[in-house]
Design a protein around this ligand. Structure first.
Ligand SMILES: Nc1ncnc2c1ncn2[C@@H]1O[C@H](COP(=O)(O)OP(=O)(O)O)[C@@H](O)[C@H]1O
Ligand SMILES: [Mg+2]
Length: 322
């Protein structure tokens, strides 16, 4: 079966969104080999990114924990898989014996809801930690049903924090101060950011060592990456010299469409090895897990989605060396 070529208008559009470069015909060999059903070519070890798959060893068990590496899960675009990736990467890291804290830094509270927490009824949330110095982090910390996976929940109260923090001295470092007392307890702290580059997200970037960008494989997303990259660089220069981009994970991927494959090819061209080999395919199992209130690794442990986030966890552990 041959995948139809996009109309001319589609090809022209593609150039405009890639940093105003001229459109180029896709040259990746993968484009030809995966025509049709999108299955990985049997005769080759090329992964969905169009590159040869790299060997990632199985993580070695850990006996001691901390200090935590803080990773901000960030993209100013909504609906790209930030929350899904935070929950499931966190759960997969926890399966590998790492102690993980998930921080809900989005007033929508989707991370908390996705872990089955009735967040609307909570008396103490991340909001209290940010604006009331007397509240201790242990009063807000919650265990999840997944071993080794804890949560700092949020709800709509957090939407007031941006305004409340504006007049604070050192307002960008507030979250860092909040998390400091528990760094030794965890191996990873993953922060689920809201879809904006406002003060809450800057707080996440100001205390993080790494940024993981979940992104949907479409042209508009690529344009947004440049802006996000600028913000990461500014925070690196002005607030947090430890900060760097850890990687970009493509979510909701559909290898059957030429569009997805073209965007993937350009993403790899621009960001190279920063693009994780692991790609999360689009599957209805993820919306199901939001309803179930648990990670896919426990809801559907043998599913492709669960395996994808385990593979991502292996890459994250391998790259961070812990
Ligand atoms: N790989 C995937 N395949 C299908 N649906 C997905 C996938 N990842 C996430 N989703 C769904 O897409 C929606 C947005 O994802 P979410 O993680 O909430 O994005 P964000 O936090 O960036 O707004 C949710 O309904 C989620 O269940
Ligand atoms: Mg979200």
């Amino acid at each position: 079966m041959v995948t139809p070529q996009p109309p001319a208008a589609e090809s022209e559009r593609s150039g405009a969104y890639f940093y105003t470069r001229k459109p180029e015909p896709p040259t990746r060999p993968q484009t030809d080999r995966t025509e049709g059903n999108g299955a990985a070519p049997a005769e080759s070890s090329l992964g969905p990114t169009g590159r040869p798959l790299r060997e990632v060893p199985d993580p070695t068990p850990v006996t001691t924990h901390g200090p935590a590496q803080i990773i901000a899960m960030c993209n100013q675009k909504g609906g790209v898989g930030k929350t899904t990736s935070t929950i499931n990467l966190g759960a997969a890291l926890a399966e590998y014996g790492r102690r993980v804290l998930l921080v809900d830094l989005d007033p929508q509270g989707a991370l908390s809801a996705g872990l089955g927490v009735a967040h609307h009824d909570l008396e103490l949330t991340v909001h209290n930690l940010l604006v009331e110095p007397r509240v201790s982090i242990d009063e807000v910390l919650m265990r999840t049903r997944v071993e080794n996976l804890d949560l700092l929940p949020s709800n709509i109260d957090l939407s007031a924090a941006e305004i409340q923090l504006v007049t604070e001295v050192g307002r960008e470092q507030t979250l860092g101060r909040v998390l400091y007392p528990v760094l030794d307890r965890y191996d990873y702290i993953l922060i689920d950011c809201q879809p904006s580059l406002g003060l809450l997200t800057v707080n996440a970037l100001a205390c993080a060592e790494g940024v993981i960008i979940p992104m949907e494989c479409e042209y508009f997303s690529l344009r947004g990456l440049a802006l996000l990259n600028d913000t990461v660089e500014k925070v690196h220069e002005r607030l947090n010299p430890k900060l760097s981009l850890s990687g970009i994970v493509v979510t909701m991927f559909d290898a059957r469409t030429l569009h997805s494959r073209e965007v993937m090819a350009r993403l790899v061209e621009v960001f190279g090895d920063l693009v994780y080999d692991t790609v999360v395919n689009r599957t209805v199992r993820f919306p199901e897990t939001s309803v179930a209130g648990e990670p896919i690794t426990t809801w559907a442990p043998k599913s492709g989605g669960a395996e994808a986030y385990r593979a991502l966890a292996r890459e994250v552990i391998h790259r961070s060396g812990r």
